[in-house]
Design a protein around this ligand. Structure first.
Ligand SMILES: Cc1ncc(C[n+]2csc(CCOP(=O)(O)OP(=O)(O)O)c2C)c(N)n1
Length: 658
């Protein structure tokens, strides 16, 4: 191995050696503890330390690094104490996630590290958001995100590189090419000879380095980062290395040819660098022992303290509280003096404009949302007023853009992502349910993101442009769901959503966009979440519903003169249990109505809640009415059959006669 020290001083070289040795010593100790049965799982990065350490040492301490499961050296190079790390690994309260997540699955703003979730590829888009924030703030800065060679097969990898290239984001996409993804060798994982070959396809520079040579890693990244700070752009950095141990310790290495260990053993990053430093007269055996001893002493102290720390005493209140980020804002009630009659689409547009004015840190992203104004024209005129930095057209990459939205939040910005149709959110599902929803609970940083979703059937758009997708998210703790039925609510709730630092999924029904209008107060106002609207036409039954179904229920009740009250839930997470209970007590007969397919719907959950909490007030079984449990068909007659409106009438008649 050839080491080129360039202009590095002896002290710098010694510092790099100590930084390189620390994760090795920690890991050796972990392997002993594992054999002793004192710890559980361990993912080893032995043999790959030069990468984690070299890149982290090369970056400024306020530049973000997004490491993976073999990158202990990133954490140690940012001077996180052994005790804190060990507490995290052991699931202790004093760890980074209060025992809520495993090993390297945590972030720390203090150290500018955003750790992984289990899902490979998910953090690549997040790195883009962090870099975008710096770019918007004109802060010369680089973000570095890791991927394994196996993880690079994920669609998220392609999306993230594509977005970074189009937006010229200063991100180093570091691929640790260690030959295996769990048991799968490279030739069963990808067909290209090397990852740098992908650069030209993305329109991106690509550099290959010897990942076992700490000086090559360090000097390459130092020079590259310097140049990227001056001239922001993304770069693929392929570090060639080898995984010297199993995928994780329990899984073994039977499938790896033995000779590979011999070849790569000779390329060990620590012993080679040690040898070089001895040759240079910077290190000697006694100094090595001294350094090792120092590292071990602090480590052992940390380990023993953590072992003594008691297991976590569960605190239910704390567990439930930490799902959402706490925040306070002063609600702005609508002023009734001035209003005008507008459609829901206009109300959304007005709210977006007001939100952009109020929150100077808000960035809107979505397909065709800039000059074109969005598929439904919800963002029309905004780019002209607020510019392309804040109203951003995106490539067709739902997952990566949602990831970028989280990256923006990590840097203190607010983001809105428009799904062209709520159906397409499936392509970004992971970001919402695993990253957004769990981020605050896991390490205390919320996804300050509003995802706007044009939704619903009734426009003969077929199985992939008509679905009601709200129940998919209702099931996931950590998300909020708003679903206004009219323009006035849409405006106030959307503005409320932007005040909230938590992730809000905001549903806009395509039929309501232009077919219904109402008086909408002018200017800025917010409406509270979890507060239903009650349309009181009598107390013979209560229909609990939301969205387009509110209009359908109202039309029927009004036209047939039925003495029923309609509850428009307005927000589904949280939903207004108090008003529901009050009206169940008053009306005693309940129909829960949804346009969504009935099985597993939010309506089903509400019906279950009512029978559990208000059984004694019921004069009839709770009736649930919803869409058919089929995909949503295209033709008008088939779609009419799918939609629940006729069944609603029958259900209500049956209920009233019960
Ligand atoms: C989306 C997803 N699919 C599968 C897994 C299971 N898994 C965890 S690590 C791993 C192998 C990763 O290989 P690579 O990216 O090359 O990184 P390495 O472990 O070699 O460092 C797999 C398949 C996962 N975590 N996430």
């Amino acid at each position: 191995m050839i080491f080129k020290r360039k202009k590095l001083t002896d002290n710098q070289l010694l510092h790099l050696y100590k930084a390189l040795l620390r994760p090795r010593v920690i890991e050796e100790r972990m392997l002993v503890l594992l054999r002793q049965g004192r710890i559980g799982k361990w993912f080893s990065g032995i043999g790959q330390e030069a990468i984690s350490v070299g890149v982290t040492e090369a970056l400024n301490s306020d530049e973000y690094v997004l490491p993976l499961h073999r990158n202990l050296g990133v954490f140690t190079s940012r001077n996180i104490s052994d005790k804190k790390l060990f507490a995290q690994w052991q699931g202790k309260k004093s760890g980074f996630t209060k025992g809520r997540d495993r090993s390297f699955h945590f972030g720390t703003q203090e150290h500018h590290i955003v750790g992984m979730i289990s899902h490979l590829g998910a953090m690549l888009g997040v790195a883009n958001g962090i870099a975008l924030s710096d770019l918007l703030d004109k802060k010369p800065s680089v973000t570095l995100v890791f991927s394994g060679d196996g993880g690079a097969s994920e669609g998220d990898f392609h999306e993230a590189l594509n977005v970074a290239a189009v937006w010229q984001l200063p991100v180093i996409f570091l691929i640790e090419n260690n030959g295996y993804g769990l048991s799968t060798p490279s030739n069963e994982q990808f067909r290209c000879a090397q990852f740098i070959d992908k650069g030209i396809g993305y329109g991106m520079e690509a550099i290959q380095i010897d990942g076992n040579n700490i000086l090559e890693v360090y000097t390459t990244v130092s020079e590259l980062a310097d140049s990227m700070r001056k001239n922001p752009r993304p770069v693929i950095l392929e570090a060639i290395t080898f995984r010297m141990r199993g995928h994780e310790e329990a899984s073994g290495v039977k499938y790896v040819p033995k000779e590979l260990f011999e070849i790569w053993g000779k390329k060990d990053p620590v012993s080679n660098f040690e040898h070089y430093l001895i040759q240079q007269g910077i290190l000697n055996e006694s100094l090595i022992s001294k350094i090792r001893k120092e590292i071990l002493e602090t480590l052992n102290d940390g380990i023993e303290t953590v072992f003594e720390e008691p297991e976590i005493e569960p605190n239910l209140t704390e567990e439930l509280q930490d799902i959402y980020a706490p925040f306070s804002f002063s609600a702005t009630p609508p002023s009734p003096e001035k209003s005008k009659e507008i459609r829901l689409i206009d109300a959304v547009n007005e709210a977006l404009e007001l939100a952009l004015e109020k929150h100077s840190n808000l960035v809107l992203m979505g397909q065709d949302i800039a000059e074109y104004g969005g598929a439904f024209k919800a963002t029309e005129g905004l780019v002209q007023k607020f510019g392309k930095d804040r109203v951003r057209n995106t490539p067709i990459t739902e997952s990566s853009i949602l990831g970028a939205a989280l990256g923006l939040s990590i840097k203190g910005k607010k983001a809105m992502v428009e799904m062209q149709f709520s159906d397409f959110v499936t392509c970004g599902f992971n970001q919402i349910v695993n990253n957004f929803a769990k981020n605050h609970y896991r390490w205390g940083v919320s996804a300050d993101v509003v995802v706007r979703m044009p939704t619903g059937a009734g426009v003969q758009a077929g199985p992939f442009h008509s679905q009601s997708t709200e129940a998919w998210f209702y099931h996931v703790p950590g998300l909020k769901i708003y679903y206004p039925s009219n323009a006035a609510d849409a405006k106030g709730l959307l503005l409320r959503a932007f005040e909230d630092p938590n992730p809000v999924l905001f549903f806009e029904h395509k039929v309501i966009y232009r077919n219904y209008h109402c008086e909408v107060p002018e200017g800025y106002y917010t409406l509270p979440e979890g507060k239903a609207a009650v349309h009181d036409y009598g107390d013979e039954a209560v229909i609990i519903t939301y969205g387009w179904a509110v209009h359908k229920a109202l039309e029927y009740v009004q036209s047939e003169n039925i003495q029923a009250t309609i509850i428009d839930l307005r927000t589904l997470m949280p939903w207004d249990q108090e008003t529901v209970l009050e009206q169940v007590k008053r009306c005693n007969k309940v129909l829960v109505l949804t346009e969504d397919t009935l099985t597993g719907s939010i309506a089903s959950d509400i019906a279950a809640w009512i029978q559990e909490n208000a059984f004694q007030y019921l004069d009839a079984p709770v009736i649930r009415i919803g869409g058919l449990d089929t995909p949503i068909p295209l033709s008008k007659t088939l779609e009419d059959q799918f939609l629940p409106w006729n069944r609603m009438k029958e259900g209500l008649d049956k209920l009233l006669k019960y």
